[in-house]
Write a protein that binds this ligand. Structure first.
Ligand SMILES: [Cu+2]
Length: 142
């Protein structure tokens, strides 16, 4: 009886360890499937942090407003392409989305497929002198 129990726990343990190893190995692959661009709004300025972006792959722009002022992140780069905007736990999906308004200290995620190379400007419609840009190079997938 005790032998059976020990055997069963042994299996569960083996399974848990195997799953753990699998997860460790798979996690970096999952995180690589989405390209991340971080945009922080601070002191009425856009600060962009981006790695090299590949065209034709899903991307997410994470916008964070660190100011005590309401800002807008808007761009024509989403024009005509399916875009998902997630804000305050609510996701909006559409083709004609132009950007997102951000209340003080809030953030939002904009998901889309990078398909058009070039320089893409974004701006704040509330403060017209707030501008930033994103560079999408046509780097071939290796
Ligand atoms: Cu602004």
């Amino acid at each position: 009886m005790t032998g059976e129990r020990a055997k069963r726990w042994g299996w569960i343990l083996t399974l848990a360890i195997t799953c753990g190893f699998w997860w460790e190995a798979a996690a970096p692959v999952f995180s690589q499937s989405e390209q991340v661009v971080e945009v922080t709004i601070k002191d009425f300025k856009f600060v962009t942090k981006q790695g090299s972006l590949r065209l034709g792959f899903p991307a997410v722009i994470k916008v964070k407003n660190e100011d005590a002022e309401r800002h807008d992140f808007g761009s024509t780069m989403f024009e005509g392409i399916p875009t998902q905007i997630e804000k305050d736990g609510v996701a909006v999906y559409g083709r004609g989305l132009s950007g997102v308004f951000l209340d003080p200290k809030r953030d939002a995620s904009i998901r889309f497929n990078m398909s058009r190379p070039g320089r893409h400007e974004f701006r704040c419609s509330i403060h017209p002198n707030m501008k930033g840009e994103l560079l999408l190079l046509s780097v071939e997938a290796v």
